[in-house]
Write a protein that binds this ligand. Sequence first.
Ligand code: MN
Length: 236
Amino acid sequence: MKKPLIGLTPLYDTEQEKLWMRPNYMEAVEAAGGIPLVLPLSKDPADIAALARLCDGFLFTGGPDVHPARFGEETLRFCGAINEQRDNLELALLNEVQTLQKPVLGICRGIQLINVGLGGTLYQDIPAQVEGLPVAHSQQRPYTVPIHTVTVEPNTPLAEIAGPGELLVNSMHHQAIRELAPSLRCAARSKDGLVECVYLPGHPFFLAVQWHPEYLWKEYQVQQKIINRFVDASKT
Ligand code: MN
């Protein structure tokens, strides 16, 4: 069987004008039987549509904050760096990919971008905007060590992969989903109630996680299974 081609949205350093990729995203896709392909920062809608047709599945990678204007807010003082070029590419790509019903996996910024693209909003900064005692969501290195749990909701695609109950995750985010996009459903929450995993019902495979399975898959079988299911769903 032909290996699926997995399009990875590129990491982009705006200050140094460098397009780059963290190798562990690619290793995780390769280990799952896919061919990772880092996408260009295309601007032309026709080119983005062509990229959407070319690849079999799409990994929306981690990165900087989505511009708050994308969800109708002014930028608050604790919002982090933004990257307009990635916002432009990824929002247009998401639109095309959704129309084509191709498999999607979102990681960290990916879950946030997907939620905004489908009409949801974000906390611009968890410590500044979430009351009570938020779990430590911004961990220090090493990222290969889980630091908090999420509770997997039953009858969700994540429960099919991980089983119901608690799942150990790493956490390198200071933003999170605030209002869930109308079409998305929550599949897991952290102990402080934040949404850590979403899916799109009725789609062949459309899952996004707030943690980073690409740092965990070697040691945690469930995390490997998430990536395997995504790549398997991308086989045509
Ligand atoms: Mn977290």
